[in-house]
Design a protein around this ligand. Structure first.
Ligand code: ZN
Length: 278
């Protein structure tokens, strides 16, 4: 029997009309255990997680094909929604203090809801170094996938070649007209385009400022939010597999039966196992 899930709207607190999509808890059904966190490329993992746990505002399921077409920024919003539904309102990043003679480990408590973008952004406009108006679309999951293929191919000699290839793909209009077929992106524009995209997707290169509690020094810490959220979900999968193992050893129930139990009942059985067999 299909499990009924509770879906939480994103952005948090949004109404049925204003919600962009909603998410259920990950590691709540057997199929969730099929995700190979160590083997899959990150973009593929994000698509698989979102396809399992998100649904559209009109409650229809979202296909992997549709999710590949979402911008990287929107995919991160989706991952935030899944993390919120799975692991609760906060996540913790750990970094080392960069001040000489300190190097202590600092914990950053991050509130997931604080990263909710109010609306979906598809493109960014700015000015090229030669003064031309510039319109770029934000990179999508498909771009990430294509970029990876390009980077693995023989044509990609340098990192700059890869960046240039991606940037050219993203430019939609130059001086209010679509670029011509033979137009080639000037290398000098790369920096402007990178800055334009960063400004439109501030979470992509997130930097959090914090005072070190040990030495009092100020640190600007780069936070890879996507990686942090994936790690949290990976831990949930590992924990569920451990629970299945412990209960299967004692009660000889199937994986599907154990995963199908509501978490509170699973916790009660595990407490019984703990009390009687340890
Ligand atoms: Zn310090």
């Amino acid at each position: 029997m299909a499990r009924l899930h509770t879906y939480t709207a994103w952005p948090p607190g949004s109404s049925a009309e204003s919600a962009r999509f909603s998410a259920r808890r990950y590691a709540a059904e057997c199929g969730d255990l099929a995700l190979q966190f160590d083997a899959a490329p990150r973009a593929l993992l994000v698509t698989a997680l979102l396809a399992r746990c998100l649904r559209a505002a009109d409650t229809r399921p979202l296909t992997a094909q549709a999710l590949w077409q979402w911008s990287v920024a929107e995919r991160l919003q989706g991952l935030l929604a899944v993390a919120l539904a799975t692991t609760g309102p906060n996540t913790t990043a750990v970094a080392s203090c960069g001040h000489a003679g300190c190097g202590q480990s600092i914990e950053l408590e991050l509130e997931l809801a604080s990263f909710a973008a109010p609306h979906t952004v598809h493109s960014a406009s700015g000015v090229a170094p030669d003064g031309s108006a510039l319109l770029c679309r934000l990179p999508t999951g498909d771009d990430q996938r294509a970029w990876r293929e390009f980077a693995d191919s023989d044509t990609a000699q340098t990192t700059e070649a890869g960046e240039r290839w991606l940037a050219q793909r993203l430019v939609e209009r130059v001086a209010d007209a679509p670029p011509t077929q033979d137009w080639s992106l000037p290398t000098a524009w790369l920096e402007s385009i990178a800055a334009l995209l960063d400004a439109s997707d501030p979470l992509n290169a997130l930097v959090v400022g914090i005072e070190c509690p040990y030495c009092g020094g100020h640190n600007n810490i780069d936070v890879d939010l996507e990686q942090l959220l994936i790690e949290g979900l990976r831990r949930q999968q590992r924990s569920l597999i451990e629970q299945v193992h412990r209960l299967a050893c004692i009660y000889h129930w199937s994986e599907a039966q154990i995963v199908g139990l509501p978490p509170w009942r699973r916790a009660r059985y595990l407490a019984q196992v703990e009390a009687h067999f340890s």
